[in-house]
Design a protein around this ligand. Structure first.
Ligand code: SF4
Length: 691
């Protein structure tokens, strides 16, 4: 309660718009959200928030919120009771499992829902259906980064904290538009640059705000980052910047890795990346001379056909220069969704139980079966389908049912036309969401869920920091928190889990998964937070790898790589590469930021950025209508002429459009993790008459 206006309630919550994990107090009177008030105790952000955290909450009371279950009848949705809807879902899922086998069903968990809800999503998939086919939206973004970190240092998370990024002498930002995607971290780093002279090197084809402010901005050709990273590693060995003491003591496979660097001369790197040798050497010297380096990367790296290899090459470079395990060092894959880290940590992955315990190992299978009270034969030792293979399997007939929670797959997955065809082929589809999304339009049953402000739970931010959020408002209408829906569904399938509060779910996860041992709501009370992995003495781990890497012998691995061409490149017909990404003012499909004028009005229009040189060549001005066509489809959009892009590269935001960007993107993907190569889209550009 507020002391002057006792009818005002103040409740701590955590933002649901990006991986920074800003927490703040939300001031409400009845159902009215009056304001968001940051407080100094907030561990990730202090008194800062960005425009979305401050103003993008109109969606909570939007009249279009789903408030009652819907069942498709003769091609149209009709309202249904919870009993009818959940009985139908339980019956159809069990029927499909019994007729076609457990892997005929796929689950996509939400990277916006809580850790506890991610845990229950995978528990239904594994312990009730018997499949490991469960995934989350990290498949679309940072799975390649996780793969690169697993290969080299062992944990699929940021090596340190936001404070470590602030402490670093030098920040290397690669394919990461921090000022729009992680604005509060961007502000903290800007302060370090201004007041302490922190240096920045930015590798990005696009001249975004951080690139403009950088000490060095380099614009590599699309999909070539692995080449400059490997060339810089070679340069470090040749010019005395390799940290030999660190390598000898803490790293394996040095000679084999050094041999793999043979082809990566600066001349070769200059030829492939399009960056001059002099500029590459300038960047190498800055990195080599810095006392502490944090390397941040995001979807500009991962959404390529070899994003795992590029992520690996970045981690290799940090190892060569000894930039792990000390304050102000390490690799930082910047997490996009607020809980994309947590959704993976808590087991919404085709190959891992919660806490990254492999499903293929019998000892893990036996442990989880015992803890869940199911026969061990019930839990599959086989990796399941991921988002990509689920949808493909649907199209090909091997996957018969999907259960999608809070993900806008029909809009956000690459190659929308194929995704829609997959959904249309399913025998049964359930969508659990807060709005009638484009994905929900394909469903047989739609279950109305509650957003974070209508429930209790925890999220894990990009730093691996677990934070508590509290219920601000009661669920709207007949909507329910996801954890309650899943608990009720499990009961109708014969498994009475008996959870009455999310704290019990966390207690269960923490009692089984070693990584979360000792995590409890008591220890997360108020503004407190914990960093996984938790130690056996109950301590928490803000900075990883101070003594050991997370490998069998505690040593990191320098992972040899070869240069591979991208899956799709420009040719004489599709002569331009299309880049894409987020904007500060919007979030993903705009299902949340598109509601209410306060945030939507800041950036309501879709556009394509065209470089001044390409605009001059094609007769394009600001506002000209253009048609952008790829090998899959075509969209019409207005042009913005700007030097943020250069040469034959376009940029388009991912948010708006009906249909959107993903009508253009293709099904090619990283073979290591099946992440779509969104950023490898060749297009052609035509000028249209004024509409
Ligand atoms: Fe929310 Fe991210 Fe903005 Fe913080 S920086 S307020 S977490 S969108």
């Amino acid at each position: 309660m507020h002391w002057r206006q006792p009818e005002i309630k103040r409740t701590k919550t955590v933002c649901t718009y990006c991986g920074v994990g800003c927490s703040f107090e939300m001031w409400t009177r009845d159902r009215h959200i009056l304001k968001v008030q940051p407080v100094i105790d907030a561990p990730a952000n202090g008194i800062s928030t960005c425009i979305k955290g401050k103003f993008a909450w109109d969606f909570v009371n939007d009249p279009k919120r789903l408030t009652t279950p819907l069942i498709r009848d003769n091609g149209r949705f009709r309202e249904a009771s919870w009993d009818e809807a959940l009985d139908l879902v339980a019956h159809r899922l069990l029927q499909i499992r019994d007729s076609h086998g457990p892997d005929a069903i796929g689950f996509i968990g939400s990277s916006k829902a809580s850790n506890e809800e991610a845990y229950l999503t995978q528990k239904i998939a594994r312990a009730i259906i018997g499949t490991n086919s469960v995934d989350n939206s990290s498949r679309y973004c940072q799975n390649p980064a996780t793969k690169g970190l697993f290969r080299t240092v062992g944990y699929g998370g940021d090596a340190g904290t936001i404070e470590d990024m602030e402490k670093a002498d030098l920040i290397v930002m690669v394919g990461s538009n921090l000022s729009e995607n992680h604005p509060v971290i961007a502000s903290k780093l800007k302060a370090q640059k201004k007041h302490r002279g922190q240096k920045w090197v930015v590798f990005d084809p696009r001249k975004h705000e951080m690139a403009e402010r950088a000490d060095i901005h380099l614009r590599p050709n699309a999909s070539t980052d692995m080449v400059w990273a490997s060339a810089l590693s070679r340069y470090m060995f040749e010019h005395g910047y390799a940290d030999q003491q660190f390598l000898d003591a803490r790293v394996n496979q040095i000679d084999e890795y050094k041999r793999s660097l043979e082809p990566f001369t600066m001349d070769f790197a200059a030829e492939i990346t399009g960056i001059s040798k002099e500029k590459l050497i300038e960047a190498a010297e800055l990195i080599g001379q810095a006392k502490s380096v944090c390397l941040l990367w995001a979807m500009g790296i991962t959404q390529h056909s070899h994003g795992s290899d590029t992520s690996t090459s970045l981690s290799n470079l940090l190892l060569v220069t000894g930039n792990y395990g000390r304050p102000g060092t390490g690799g930082y894959p910047m997490r996009g969704h607020n809980n994309v880290q947590g959704a993976s940590d808590f087991g919404c992955l085709k190959n891992m139980y919660p806490g990254y315990e492999k499903v293929t190992e019998e000892k893990n299978r036996d442990k989880w079966a015992k803890a869940w009270g199911v026969p061990k034969e019930k839990l599959s030792l086989k990796k399941g389908n991921d988002n990509f293979t689920m949808v493909k399997g649907a199209d090909e007939g091997s996957v018969k049912a999907m259960f999608i929670i809070g993900e806008e797959t029909a809009f956000s997955d690459a190659d929308s036309t194929s995704v829609h065809s997959g959904f249309e082929s399913l025998d049964f589809m359930v969508v659990q969401d807060i709005f009638m999304s484009r994905t929900a339009e394909f469903a047989d049953v739609v279950l109305p869920a509650s957003p974070s402000v209508e429930k209790d739970g925890t999220f894990t931010n990009t730093e691996r920091r677990i934070q508590r959020f509290y219920q601000v408002l009661p669920p709207l209408g007949d909507s329910r928190p996801d954890w309650q829906i899943l608990t009720d569904l499990a009961k109708r399938m014969g498994y009475d889990w008996g959870y009455t509060h999310p704290s019990q779910i966390m207690d269960e996860a923490a009692s089984i998964a070693t990584m979360f041992q000792g995590v409890s709501y008591e220890r997360l009370e108020g503004w407190q937070s914990l960093f996984w992995p938790m130690q056996s003495d109950g301590s928490t781990t803000p900075l990883l790898y101070t003594e050991r890497f997370h490998t069998d012998d505690g040593k990191a691995v320098l992972f040899p790589l070869e240069w591979k061409e991208p899956a799709e490149a420009a040719d004489s017909e599709y002569d331009i590469m299309l880049d894409n990404g987020r904007m500060l003012e919007q979030f993903q499909s705009t299902n949340q930021t598109g509601r209410g004028p306060r945030i939507w009005s800041q950036a309501p229009n879709w556009f394509v950025e065209v470089s001044p040189e390409l605009a001059a060549e094609r007769g394009i001005e600001d506002g000209t209508w253009v048609r952008v066509t790829s090998r899959r489809g075509s969209v019409e959009v207005r042009a913005t002429v700007t030097d943020r892009v250069a040469g034959n590269t376009l940029f388009m935001p991912i948010h708006q459009g009906k249909p959107g960007l993903n009508l253009l993107t293709g099904e090619h993907h990283d073979p290591d993790v099946n992440t779509p190569a969104y950023k490898e889209t060749a297009v052609k550009l035509e000028v249209l008459p004024e509409k």
